[in-house]
Write a protein of this length. Structure first.
Ligand SMILES: CC(C)(COP(=O)(O)OP(=O)(O)OC[C@H]1O[C@@H](n2cnc3c(N)ncnc32)[C@H](O)[C@@H]1OP(=O)(O)O)[C@@H](O)C(=O)NCCC(=O)NCCS
Length: 143
């Protein structure tokens, strides 16, 4: 658990799913997609114990992030803070928890994908010391 002012972070547990999805759904730059159903999140949390986190303040969830790894790279998804709690270090608190957890799990590098039009999100990651992968083109395929 990490505390800053009135904000506390803790492990994301399955009973947080609905409230986290509600938070993400309010935010344009977070897309609810495959992997976000209750069953899939349950599996993800089981495979990556303790790495995904929520931030709580005033009795509600004000931030959430999914974090896991495949044994080689860490991956961070859906980092989001409720609008009225932004700019208070909550995003950094959640990200620091993820990075600490990945390090403790033995990971040396993590990857995130930022939507091209998400200029504010991009600034946050740059500010936190993340680098663009100039030599790579992100690619995907529906399986
Ligand atoms: C991105 C986001 C998680 C940041 O959360 P936050 O709690 O407001 O960020 P913090 O207060 O912890 O800021 C950490 C640092 O990033 C900087 N930062 C945060 N948002 C920024 C912005 N829009 N532009 C420039 N810098 C920014 C802060 O100034 C701070 O720097 P400092 O430590 O030098 O003061 C939040 O704005 C959000 O939920 N955005 C919508 C979802 C999103 O885009 N998520 C990223 C998906 S890739």
């Amino acid at each position: 658990m990490t505390t800053q002012g009135a904000v506390t972070t803790r492990e994301f547990v399955l009973s947080d799913h609905d409230r986290a999805v509600a938070l993400w759904s309010e935010i344009d730059s977070v897309e609810i997609c495959e992997g976000d159903s209750r069953e899939e999140v349950a599996e993800y949390l089981k495979r990556n114990p303790g790495l995904s986190r929520v931030a709580e303040a005033d009795g509600k969830i004000v931030g959430a992030v999914m974090c896991g790894h495949d044994g080689r790279r860490g991956w961070i998804y859906h980092l989001a803070v409720a609008q009225e709690y932004r700019g208070r270090g909550v995003g950094k608190l959640l990200l620091d928890d993820c990075v600490r957890g990945l390090r403790e799990a033995g990971l040396k590098r993590a990857i995130i994908l930022v939507e091209r039009e998400n200029a504010a999100g991009h600034e946050f990651w740059l500010r936190e010391g993340w680098e663009e992968i100039d030599c790579a083109i992100p690619m995907t395929k529906e399986l």
